[in-house]
Design a protein around this ligand. Structure first.
Ligand code: HEM
Ligand SMILES: CC(C)=CCC/C(C)=C/CC/C(C)=C/COP(=O)(O)OP(=O)(O)O
Length: 309
């Protein structure tokens, strides 16, 4: 287990966890984009959903995502204490006990899964439970510390939420929802490895086998480029499967090509400070890219429903 006794690097517990600390456990900034993709999954799924049930569904997915973040912070408190980016999190900073974070994560997990299952259906409820399990156990406890493919396989957890949203509306997991999964799944490696390229020393210091530490910078840049090419192609799947129109198609093509172009710039940059700057640009771009792509899917869907396109 990651953290049991007081002799670890984690600061001694000083007590006094506040509401902000409990909120921080939910990783709200990262999870906001996760929840947005789930929302789009709900909005574009065929058949529609009662607005109140839709609201409950998205709240459950948000709470479940936050719960998995709390479980991740409970387990990872020892390595979070080593990395400068994560040192001030509630447990390593000594403002909260591991037990408090664990209880919080478990209670929210059970609550969100149960409510989603009761309010919508048990395909959605079960899939939310599986997603929480995948992030907290498969990624955090198993893959993260053991293989540089950690975020490729484990990243699937972050790609499931639109499928959970889709299932909340339809009670099924269709090919269309799988296409949304695939886009986020292929997006995760360039998103995360770009960050790891300029935060490399942090992960190295914590002994986490992230790709740049293990395979080196050049190999990581090639892999980012490869994933960006496949991602740009896969982003056109909604058009090929016939559930989006030209608005989404144009946005996907332009933003996908831009992603490939940026990844190519990163690939050609010498491994120095300027490369790290480009890696930061790729990371920042990856966030806007996913947001814009899913926004375009939603906009396109509304336009089709209104008969505008
Ligand atoms: C295993 C998969 C993933 C890993 C390892 C990962 C890792 C990270 C890390 C380490 C950060 C920096 C966060 C921080 O400063 O605390 C970050 C930022 C971010 N990630 Fe990811 N991420 C993954 C998947 C995702 C997914 C699936 C989404 C959304 C769909 C996402 C959305 C974001 C956002 C929005 C930020 C910026 C947060 C901010 O502004 O502080 N990430 N990611
Ligand atoms: C609905 C539901 C359960 C959604 C889960 C979504 C999910 C798995 C998101 C993963 C994104 C994320 C916070 C990665 C951080 O990786 P890390 O933990 O290695 O990063 P860190 O170093 O910042 O802790």
């Amino acid at each position: 287990m990651a953290l049991i006794d007081d002799s670890s690097e984690v600061s001694a517990y000083a007590g006094g966890a506040r509401v902000e600390d409990y909120l921080a456990l939910l990783k709200p900034r990262v999870m906001s984009l996760v929840v947005f993709t789930a929302l789009v999954g709900i909005l574009v799924a065929p058949g529609g959903i009662n607005p109140l049930i839709g609201f409950i569904a998205i709240a459950c997915i948000a709470i479940g995502a936050g719960a998995s973040g709390a479980l991740n912070m409970w387990y990872d408190a020892d390595i979070d204490a080593i990395m400068s980016r994560t040192q001030n999190r509630p447990i390593p900073a000594g403002r909260m006990t591991p037990g408090e974070a664990l209880s919080f994560g478990l209670i929210l997990s059970v609550f969100s899964v149960t409510l989603l299952g009761l309010a919508t259906n048990w395909v959605a409820g079960g899939f939310l439970a599986f997603t929480i399990f995948f992030y907290a156990v498969v990624y955090t406890m198993w893959l993260k510390r053991s293989t540089p493919q950690n975020i490729v396989i484990g990243g699937a957890a972050g790609a499931f939420p639109p499928m959970v949203g889709w299932a909340a509306v339809t009670g099924t997991l269709s090919w269309e929802s799988f296409a949304l999964f695939l886009i986020i799944f292929l997006w995760t490696p360039p998103h995360f490895w770009a960050l790891a390229l300029y935060k490399q020393s942090d992960y190295g210091a914590a002994g986490i086998p992230m790709m740049p530490n293990v395979a080196g910078e050049t190999s990581t840049k090639w892999q980012i480029f490869g994933y960006s090419v496949v991602l740009a192609a896969a982003s056109l799947l909604p058009n090929l499967l016939g559930f989006s129109g030209w608005i989404y198609g144009v946005v996907a093509a332009v933003t996908g090509l831009s992603f490939v172009w940026l990844a190519l710039r990163l690939l050609r940059a010498p491994n120095d400070v300027s490369m790290r700057r480009t890696a930061r640009t790729v990371f920042t771009y990856s966030l806007s890219y996913l947001f814009v792509l899913f926004l375009a899917l939603f906009t396109d869907h509304i336009a089709m429903r209104l008969g505008v396109i």
